[in-house]
Design a protein around this ligand. Structure first.
Ligand code: NAD
Length: 503
């Protein structure tokens, strides 16, 4: 890292052509340690020349990588997996120092990313085509899956390792070259992973990190040599990325924001529900796209459930994620203040603040971006605190008289990322999975993130495009199919016929 900012802090560089590439744009943004509340480094913000350099390197690396044998690519993936598994502790510390989540949670996100690397090691199987013999007399048809070329990945701050890893292992395994644009709030994990790829033997230019802001994103969205974009972030930016990328002829999958509801039926075990609501509401300080943010309590359970959730909240410890605690700070001061403002909005709109996390005193630095776990009851569904994504440790309770009203509430929302039902009634759970308009559903599982062999993605404003992340859909996204119709001629094939080919 160079140290050319006015504050003399180190600058997180780009990673181009298999090496750190210092910023030449003269533009940087501060990167904070959220538990200390101070900027500890800056990150390079790419300009047009740096964008061109990054994409040109990836473009130049493509032909040789595309032609490398599956067996050789697979060996590099295995080596990356082994290195990641051995050294994940280093990566977790980096994530905590820039994101704020507790180290055990950072290790959890790395484990879920590693799962996709493991899935991608099966590339020889995933990339198999199909073959039909004798579809017409003497004619065979078969298909192959080929890589696209340079693909861009644009990721959010909340999972600086896992979200990029939803995409790059499969993209690389399939023979593409990748330009990753990480969040400018926590960019160091991407550079660490780039170094690991190099150690694993990946040729230079196959994995590039382009740090930056809107300018870098727009550069990827409009560049003619970028064939596909995988985006994850907030809904307005996801929509913009989808529209701009597709208008420039690219394949785009753009995963957006969320507002995930947990429907609690009266027959559920309320102790288990309370545990799940706490874990899914306050883990990673609620900065998870699959966090539960609304508990929909089918009466008469709400009072008992709120009491049980409240008891558990009193035991939660908030602090520096490097020390032993349950929950860390929020990612930036601006984000902390925005999340806290929703507590005021809910209160003004008539909600009851059962537990108020504002003004929490923490065993950590007083300047950290702290906000304690917060519980709101009777949140009006017209309040912005209900309709908008809060993305922090604020759990809302909405009371409904019946299962039907609960499902109608969930289906009436703009988002459709994840949801869960808590019940011991199998018939109700089966009905819920069929009726609810959401992409990922948990039955007594509060955060139903599918394993890597399945695909991750929501419905409605939570996903723009028609292809989800990883699993079979991930392989499909990063490959293009060819269908070949073949016949080996002999004299019986002679003659002229201008009609449409038929069987
Ligand atoms: P964000 O939308 O602010 O940023 C995401 C990426 O877009 C970053 O790389 C950022 O640099 C870039 N970006 C920001 N503003 C831009 C602009 N105006 N033009 C072009 N690019 C821009 O999101 P965030 O705050 O980093 O992440 C949190 C959001 O991500 C939440 O809404 C969360 O729900 C969502 N998320 C969704 C999923 C999912 O799977 N659906 C997963 C993780 C996070």
């Amino acid at each position: 890292m160079t140290t050319d900012t006015p504050t003399n802090l180190p600058v997180v560089p780009h990673w181009i052509d298999g090496a750190e590439s210092p910023s030449s744009s003269g533009r940087t943004a501060p990167v904070y340690d959220p538990a200390l509340g101070v900027a500890t480094k800056h990150v390079a913000l790419a300009d047009q020349a740096e964008i061109e350099k990054a994409i040109a390197s990836a473009h130049a690396a493509f032909p040789a990588w595309r032609d490398m044998s599956l067996a050789k690519r697979q060996n590099i993936l295995f080596a990356f997996r082994e290195l990641l598994n051995e050294r994940k502790g280093e990566l977790a510390e980096i994530i905590t120092s820039e994101h704020g989540k507790v180290v055990s949670d950072a290790l959890g996100e790395i484990a879920r990313g590693q799962e996709v690397v493991e899935f991608a090691t099966g590339l020889a199987h995933h990339l198999k085509g199909e073959y039909s013999e004798q579809v017409s007399t003497g004619i065979d048809v078969y298909s192959t899956k080929q890589p696209l070329g340079v693909v861009g990945i644009i990721s959010p701050f909340n999972f600086p390792a896992m979200v990029p890893a939803w995409f790059f292992p499969i993209a690389i395994a399939a023979g593409n070259t990748v330009v990753l644009k990480p969040s400018e709030k926590d960019p160091s994990a991407a550079i660490w992973m780039a170094k690991l790829w190099k150690e694993a033997g990946l040729p230079d230019g196959v994995f590039t990190v382009l740090n930056g802001d809107k300018e870098a994103v727009d550069g990827l969205l409009t560049h003619p040599d970028v064939r596909a974009i995988s985006f994850v972030g907030s809904t307005p930016i996801a929509k913009y990325v989808y529209e701009t990328g597709t208008a420039h002829g690219k394949r785009v999958q753009a995963l957006g924001g969320a507002k995930n509801h947990m429907l609690v039926l009266p027959d559920a075990d309320l102790d288990l529900v309370a545990d799940s609501a706490i874990n899914a509401g306050f883990g990673s300080a609620g900065e998870r796209c699959m966090a539960i943010s609304v508990v929909v309590a089918v009466e008469p359970v709400a009072d008992d459930l709120i009491a049980k959730i409240g008891e558990r909240m009193a035991t939660l410890t908030v602090g520096d994620g490097r020390r032993s605690c349950d929950m860390g700070p929020l990612v930036t001061e601006v984000h902390r203040d925005k999340v806290a403002s929703y507590i005021g909005i809910a209160e003004e709109d008539g909600a009851t603040v059962v537990v108020d996390g504002r003004g929490i005193e923490v065993d950590g630095d007083p300047n950290g971006f702290w906000l304690g776990p917060t519980l709101l009851d009777n949140v009006p569904t017209t309040s912005r605190a209900y309709t908008e994504e809060i993305f922090g440790p604020v759990l809302s309770v909405v009371r409904v008289p019946s299962y039907e009203e609960g499902v109608a509430l969930i289906n009436g929302g703009a988002f459709g990322n994840g949801t869960a039902i808590f019940t011991n009634d199998g018939g109700a759970a089966r009905r819920f999975q069929n009726e609810v308009q959401v992409g990922m559903i948990g039955i007594n599982v509060p955060i139903p993130v599918p394993v890597a062999t399945f695909s991750f993605g929501g419905w409605k404003d939570s996903l723009f495009g028609d292809t989800k992340a990883h699993g079979a859909e991930g392989v499909k996204f990063f490959t293009q199919q060819k269908a070949i119709t073949s016949r080996w001629l002999d004299p019986s094939h002679g003659g002229i016929n201008l009609g449409f080919p038929q069987n």
